[in-house]
Write a protein that binds this ligand. Sequence first.
Ligand code: ATP
Length: 239
Amino acid sequence: MALGGVPPVLMIDRVSKSYLMGEVTVKALHDISLDFGAGQLVVLLGASGSGKSTLLNIVGGLDVPDSGTVSFKGLNINAAGEAGLTEYRRRSIGFVFQFYNLISSLSALENVQLVTELVENPMPAAEALELVGLGDRMNHFPSQLSGGEQQRVAIARAVAKRPELLLCDEPTGALDYSTGKLVLEVIEKVNRELGTTTLVITHNVSISGMADRVITLRSGEVVEDRRNAKKVSPSELSW
Ligand SMILES: Nc1ncnc2c1ncn2[C@@H]1O[C@H](COP(=O)(O)OP(=O)(O)OP(=O)(O)O)[C@@H](O)[C@H]1O
């Protein structure tokens, strides 16, 4: 579905997830099945509480489904055990969150190096920072960088591992309009230049214009899954 002839790299098969809140059970995801093609840039849309973060966290191995499976390149990540899951998160996944989670006492370069020390064959930290347009800010500390620049450091940190999947949860949620667009341009560039399969969560419908494919969730279910006939550069998006 909606792969456009690209072989699937990530397969979500009948995934459900509920949370027990006191006596109330909240169904966060209900019977979700989706395949993702290698290199796709996918925007995951939905109102608050529709299940977007739950789905991204399960795909990224931060949470586990109650039922169903997530397979990455043929590996069932839920059957991989704790060590296997850690390895999957470490090697294959780059996360970008709404808040940047940088270490304030380390420079931009050192924040990225922390991660490159954990994996084999990383991209040099300086190269990752060049990629996100921060070649001239490497030695700045987070407090000396704008919100958008800090988010670009977070993206550099995520991509320096050369992850096969880049998972972005509301990456522009804390940023103003023009800074948010700059960050989206960086995400689009990473997808285009490195071919990293990318999932971007947003509740902003306008952002979906930059995607190959747009999936809409409502109350834990997929209500729309469509390909964009024409992708728009983030610089041309407006909201
Ligand atoms: N750890 C948790 N414990 C209890 N309930 C949770 C937990 N995580 C998510 N939920 C509930 O599951 C539902 C889906 O939440 P989720 O965070 O996936 O939605 P979302 O679409 O990402 O929302 P938002 O855009 O506000 O981040 C919500 O009703 C939420 O309250």
